[in-house]
Design a protein around this ligand. Structure first.
Ligand SMILES: Nc1ncnc2c1ncn2[C@@H]1O[C@H](COP(=O)(O)OP(=O)(O)OP(=O)(O)O)[C@@H](O)[C@H]1O
Length: 273
């Protein structure tokens, strides 16, 4: 894997000066496949505390497969995943599962439950708290993501696309995780709502010290809030680093994606933000 410097000129692992940062999640030699078709092969990736890491790559490259394998939602054929210092065995570990939150594509809220009840689903599963306390905590999460407390009693069908994303993020934050995985968080949002969602994620990272891993196709997001990008391609991480590193990397997909017309437009819109 090609490893290059980030925005600040430092490598994310701290090499090249100073104390080396420890990854909170470390993936080594990961191989995942379906039938006789390997999707990821011998893939390595580190995720560092407090960073916003974007996982990008062509459609079908295996970005979702990678995150689902890290989360223990897909079996791996080979490889090691160490999360928070614990080697994850097949089938996951409920204690560790509480330390991460997941926002699935399209929000994936339960349509028959209100926003507050959706947020309380993980609380009921993992916490032993009295109902009134859970309700208070759920309202706090609703407000944390920029919704009004009164939105907590609404059903998903009564929410806009942007509100659904926020409600789903509130549910991902229900157990105060250290890291959140976001699957295409701005897909389907208009540019203004997408930019507002980007700011929300940046604010949460700042105020809560969250680590954020997002699968995204959104070049504006990459320019606005992402520290480090990992490109999935050819069954592995082709390259990782900041935008400048992506623009320098000589690979047809990476070149088209980061230096094509849409990329230039996103770079210009960053200047006007
Ligand atoms: N459960 C599954 N069974 C069989 N094949 C699967 C399964 N899940 C994913 N795949 C295959 O794995 C490959 C990678 O899928 P994945 O969803 O990770 O792509 P992606 O990079 O996230 O794409 P996109 O950007 O379009 O969401 C695809 O060829 C897909 O068809």
């Amino acid at each position: 894997m090609e490893q290059t410097s980030n925005k600040s000129g430092k490598r994310p692992d701290g090499h090249g000066g100073g104390k080396a940062k420890q990854p909170i999640i470390s993936v080594r030699g990961l191989t995942v496949g379906f039938g006789d078709k390997p999707i990821l092969q011998n893939l390595d990736l580190d995720i560092y505390r407090g960073e916003v890491l974007a996982v990008v790559g062509a459609s079908g490259a295996g970005k979702s497969v990678l995150t689902r394998a890290i989360l223990g939602l897909l079996p791996r054929r080979e490889g090691q995943i160490v999360a928070f210092g614990h080697d994850l065995t097949e089938g996951g570990n409920p204690e560790l599962e509480r330390r991460w939150g997941v926002l699935f594509q399209q929000g994936a809220l339960f349509s028959g439950l209100t926003v507050a009840d959706n947020i309380m689903v993980p609380m009921r599963e993992y916490l032993d708290l009295p109902e009134p306390l859970m309700e208070i905590l759920a309202t706090m999460k609703v407000e944390l993501v920029g919704l009004r407390a009164a939105d907590g009693i609404k059903y998903p069908s009564e929410l806009s696309g942007g509100m659904i994303k926020r409600a789903a993020l509130a549910r991902a934050l229900a157990l105060d995780p250290e890291i959140v995985f976001l699957d295409e968080p701005t897909s389907g949002l208009d540019p203004i709502s997408a930019a507002a969602f980007d700011r929300l994620i940046a604010d949460l990272r700042e105020t809560l010290g969250l680590t954020v891993v997002m699968v995204t196709h959104d070049l504006d997001t990459l320019h606005a809030i992402v520290d480090r990008i990992a490109v999935v391609g050819e069954k592995r991480i082709l390259v990782e680093g900041d935008i400048a590193a992506m623009e320098r990397f000589d690979h047809p997909w990476v070149r088209d994606y980061f230096s094509g017309e849409r990329a230039r437009a996103a770079g210009l819109s960053e200047v006007s933000r």
